[in-house]
Design a binder for this molecule. Structure first.
Ligand SMILES: [Fe+2]
Length: 286
């Protein structure tokens, strides 16, 4: 994963296993996998992943670390994640700014956290612990949320910025989540992006939301909306060059070629947005 062509990826979904196992020529540069789908398994998912890993770089994206929990991160979980990392040698490991561990039961949703000094301390400690255990930096993703806490003293972007300063962690910036939250909570999405330290941004997510009429719902069930493409284009000056970007599509997963077409849109937008760039680096560093 070390040249400028290796920038555009998609999420690996089981619906595409039969297609990918035939080793077709694709113009996908890399795949992101949901770590939990491949931890504790020696079955088909793992054998498909190992086959795909021969041809593509992989990023490991977790949903179950529960970094926002006030109790210690589950050591058994980390043990299994370490095993997966050893097997697939991902170029990036990430999870969300959220919690979902309810006394040992994993909730299906990523629950937001309040943004204040006390929660900052807790989550920074959790990230320190994970980074120490994994012996690598991890990237933290901003989530879509449908409620907020009156106890918050800062916004999510300021909170993420403080986390990078305290822990040296990286940021996985989800442009769709920023847009959804900006609409639902009425803030300027570009202000959010400008607040995140450019050199901490290690990966970009794009996805489709569903317009519920009185709010936007982050379903990952549709193509990326024009407003989100537009926000990405406006954000390019505030993002590192040659950063891995990908499309997430989790519900009503379409044929593989539809994702390739979405990825082509992404290629076009980043190319035109960077047209004034005369000198581009050929490597990015994680
Ligand atoms: Fe995301």
């Amino acid at each position: 994963m070390d040249n400028h062509k290796s920038l555009f990826g998609i999420g690996l979904r089981r619906e595409h296993y039969p297609y990918l196992i035939e080793k077709p020529n694709t113009d996908i540069d890399w795949f992101e996998v949901i770590s939990e789908n491949y931890m504790n398994t020696e079955g088909r998912p793992m054998s498909v992943l190992e086959s795909i890993r021969i041809d593509y770089p992989i990023a490991c994206h977790s949903v179950g670390m529960s970094l926002g929990s006030s109790k210690k991160i589950d050591s058994n979980y980390l043990f299994n994640l370490k095993r997966l990392i050893k097997r697939v040698d991902p170029f990036l490991v990430s999870d969300h700014l959220a919690w979902n561990d309810w006394n040992g039961t994993r909730l299906h949703e990523l629950i937001p956290i309040p943004f204040h000094e006390e929660s900052l301390e807790i989550i920074a400690n959790n990230i320190d612990y994970v980074q120490n255990e994994l012996q690598r930096k991890i990237a933290i993703e901003n989530i879509s949320a449908y409620f907020s806490y009156t106890s918050s003293t800062m916004n999510e972007a300021e909170f993420l910025k403080s986390l990078t300063e305290k822990t040296g962690c990286l940021i996985l910036l989800d442009i769709n989540n920023i847009y959804v939250n900006a609409k639902n909570f009425q803030f300027d999405p570009l202000d959010f992006i400008k607040t995140i330290p450019k050199n901490s941004i290690a990966q970009i997510h794009l996805a489709g939301f569903t317009d519920m009429g009185n709010f936007l719902f982050d379903t990952h069930a549709e193509p990326v909306h024009p407003e989100v493409w537009n926000l990405l284009e406006k954000s390019l000056d505030f993002l590192p060059k040659n950063i891995p970007m990908m499309i997430e599509w989790d519900e009503n997963v379409p044929e593989f070629h539809t994702l390739q077409e979405e990825l082509n849109k992404l290629r076009m937008i980043t190319k035109s947005g960077n047209k004034n760039e005369t000198k581009r680096t050929t490597e990015f560093v994680l």
